[in-house]
Design a protein around this ligand. Structure first.
Ligand SMILES: NC(=O)c1ccc[n+]([C@@H]2O[C@H](COP(=O)([O-])OP(=O)(O)OC[C@H]3O[C@@H](n4cnc5c(N)ncnc54)[C@H](O)[C@@H]3O)[C@@H](O)[C@H]2O)c1
Length: 336
């Protein structure tokens, strides 16, 4: 059976990653695309002829759809996700779940009321290298994980991610979210406290272009992360090191948009590379989405409740930045 997808937002993510993932699968089909920008619609229409494309959300939602993928600037996630969910359509919302915590709560309420499955677009969870790291750490062979040191850096200048009103969060929501997800998976625990400094701090209009942060998972384990928008154009740096009691894992490029990555393991046996079979994370994400639409439970780690908890942590980091790096306690419960 073909899973018919409607995408809201015909921008970079859609053209670079979502269209190729759908085109690669016989059982997925893009049937509709909604965008406020005619040029963006034309670009998608040129690649995928014959689909519904337009600017009217009511017409978009009247198209027979098995799932809606919301891939607009963060500020628009809640309104489109809630409209789709109100019509009972399974909905996948890009990361971060929303620009504000209130927007995320709105999506969670709509998902609960709808009963239709709702997921957050945490594609890095499907990356084969990140999965291999989590599997190895959880096997216990390297002893307990103690810390993660992470860098996720890129280039963003003068786009909506730099504007608080459209994005909510700058490099925290765009890049630091991935190290946070990985740390939750590796430690298999919920964050308990955080602190951060960054620039600009507490600006009402401009989002942070640099943040260094610490997130604690109990007093024993912590994530140390640096994220920024200040790399040269076309440059992305994605790297983390997991320090365990009896070994290290050094992971590169596993948060990037391709299927790539590398994992070096260092322990008493010496150094070796993990070589999992790469998978397209966007295709794997659509498979999970289609399975949920077909009746399987949404995995908790990509559920909207988890997306909201992560959004609260990112906003707590943002508050810490605005308050000179103060340490803040986090509540929000168990993992998962
Ligand atoms: N999962 C990933 O790997 C990944 C990668 C990049 C971006 N993202 C997320 O995807 C989302 C989109 O990012 P992007 O890089 O594609 O941004 P983008 O700016 O390239 O594209 C956004 C598109 O949304 C359209 N749009 C803006 N306002 C709209 C409205 N009110 N109604 C309909 N369409 C509207 C724009 O015209 C544009 O075509 C963001 O939430 C971002 O965080 C995720």
């Amino acid at each position: 059976m073909t899973f018919r997808i409607g995408i809201v937002g015909a921008g970079f993510l859609t053209r670079r990653a979502l269209l190729p993932a759908i085109a690669a699968a016989d059982d997925l089909r893009l049937v509709a695309v909604l965008d406020s920008d005619e040029a963006a619609l034309r670009a998608v229409g040129a690649e995928v002829p014959g689909i519904w494309s337009g600017t009217d959300v009511r017409d978009f939602l009247r198209t027979p759809l098995d799932g809606v993928h919301v891939a607009t600037p963060n500020r628009r996630h809640a309104e489109y996700a809630c409209r789709a969910l109100a019509r009972g359509i399974p909905t996948l919302v890009e990361k971060p779940l929303a620009d504000t915590v209130a927007g995320g709560q709105w999506i969670l309420r709509a998902a609960t009321a709808s009963g239709a499955p709702a997921m957050v677009g945490y594609m890095s969870r499907y990356n084969a290298y990140n999965r291999a790291v989590v599997e190895l750490v959880r096997s216990g062979r390297l002893g307990a994980p103690r810390s993660i040191a992470a860098c996720h850096l890129g280039h963003r200048e003068r786009d909506w991610r730099n504007r608080r009103a459209e994005s909510g969060l700058g490099c925290l929501g765009d890049l630091a979210v991935y190290p946070l997800l990985t740390a939750v998976d590796v430690f298999d625990a919920a964050p308990t406290a955080c602190r951060a400094t960054g620039y600009p701090a507490g600006d009402r209009e401009q989002t942070e272009i640099f943040v260094e942060a610490t997130v604690w998972f109990g007093e024993e384990r912590r994530l140390q992360v640096e994220s920024s928008f200040t790399e040269p154009p076309e440059t992305g740096i994605s790297r983390y090191t997991v320090v365990c009691e009896r070994g290290l894992l050094v992971v590169r490029n596993s948060w990037a948009m391709d299927s790539g990555g590398s994992v070096l393991v260092c322990d008493e046996r010496g150094r070796r590379w993990l070589r999992p079979e790469p998978v397209d994370p966007y295709l794997a994400q659509y498979r999970a989405f289609a399975a949920s639409a077909a009746g399987q439970p949404v995995p908790v780690e990509v559920g909207v409740a988890r997306g909201l908890r992560d959004l609260r942590v990112l906003h707590a980091l943002e508050r810490s930045v605005a308050n000179g790096g103060v340490r803040l306690a986090l509540t929000g419960g168990q993992n998962p």
